[in-house]
Design a binder for this molecule. Structure first.
Ligand SMILES: NC(=O)c1ccc[n+]([C@@H]2O[C@H](COP(=O)([O-])OP(=O)(O)OC[C@H]3O[C@@H](n4cnc5c(N)ncnc54)[C@H](OP(=O)(O)O)[C@@H]3O)[C@@H](O)[C@H]2O)c1
Length: 259
């Protein structure tokens, strides 16, 4: 068991990739605090995860809620070995149709809250700790209408490297998992309400060399590797879980020539 005796925080652990990561941490011996804004979803997730899960309602857009979250973790766990800063949102911000508030809402959750989460965790972490951020292939893809989301994910990649260099003296590693399209509720929320995961997969899979979306578990397994001592020699690195989308785009069905 890789995480026996270890404690982890998974932000956004009541859904999607975060929930899959929490399940895997617990299956591998760890105790996990999961957070989310939606109390009902959080309660259901904790019920499914069992006694080694602690549910904390926290809107990470609010710095006071981040402080309160760490107070609760300190009271329950005493210390933290692992942080998976995973919570995030997407949303359209097209040129010509986006307010400052809509743009900044994405920055606040995906960038500022990630910074404050890492900063807030540090007093609870010690030598051997591991921080994993959740980025996105959108850090490098020019997808119309995604300026704020892409900017935040490029920012996550940049911040992770800065964090890694700042924390190396404390023996804390910082790495990033970079998902491509993954089968989670993010594709059916907000502006995409009414869309289905199957419809999304059908639309996107021709541009993915492996021909399908990733599963949340596939992304979570990469995050857990980075979090574990198996990755003890790895910091300031990324693992891309995108079915080849960014590394081998011409292998996708969309581009393959029939010969
Ligand atoms: N799915 C993909 O295709 C994909 C691809 C690349 C990167 N990612 C990244 O993966 C991460 C996880 O997303 P997911 O795909 O698993 O989507 P998801 O199922 O929608 O999960 C998002 C999680 O973030 C939480 N969250 C959002 N805003 C929050 C806030 N202000 N405060 C606290 N929690 C907040 C949500 O909690 P509530 O529901 O309770 O609000 C939820 O638990 C995100 O950073 C996303 O950008 C996903």
């Amino acid at each position: 068991m890789r995480f026996t005796g270890k404690t982890a925080l998974v932000t956004g652990g009541n859904s999607g990739i975060g929930f899959a990561a929490a399940q895997l941490f617990i299956a591998d011996g760890g105790r996990v605090a999961i957070t989310g804004r939606d109390r009902a979803k959080l309660d259901n997730a904790v019920a499914e995860l069992g006694e080694n899960a602690l549910g904390i309602v926290a809107d990470l857009d609010d710095p006071n809620a981040i402080d309160a979250m760490f107070k609760q973790i300190q009271d329950s766990f005493g210390s933290l070995d692992i942080v998976f800063a995973n919570a995030g949102i997407s949303g359209p911000t097209p040129l010509g149709g986006t307010t400052a508030a809509a743009f900044e809402a994405i920055l606040r959750t995906n960038l500022t809250a990630v910074f404050l989460t890492v900063q807030g965790a540090l007093p609870l972490m010690s030598e051997g700790g591991s921080i994993v951020l959740n980025g996105s292939v959108m850090r490098q893809l020019g997808s119309p209408g995604s300026a704020a989301y892409s900017a935040t994910k490029a920012g996550v990649t940049g911040m992770a490297k800065v964090f890694a260099s700042e924390l190396v003296g404390r023996g804390i590693r910082v790495n990033t998992v970079i998902p491509g399209g993954t089968r989670t509720p993010i594709w059916t929320r907000g502006a995409r309400a009414g869309a289905t995961l199957d419809g999304t997969e059908e639309a996107l899979s021709p541009s993915i060399p492996l021909g399908r979306l990733a599963t949340p578990e596939e992304v979570a397994k990469a995050a857990l590797f980075l979090a574990s001592d198996d990755a003890a020699g790895i910091t300031a690195a990324e693992i891309v879980v995108d079915g080849g989308t960014t590394g081998a785009p011409w292998g996708a069905a969309l581009y393959r020539r029939k010969s």
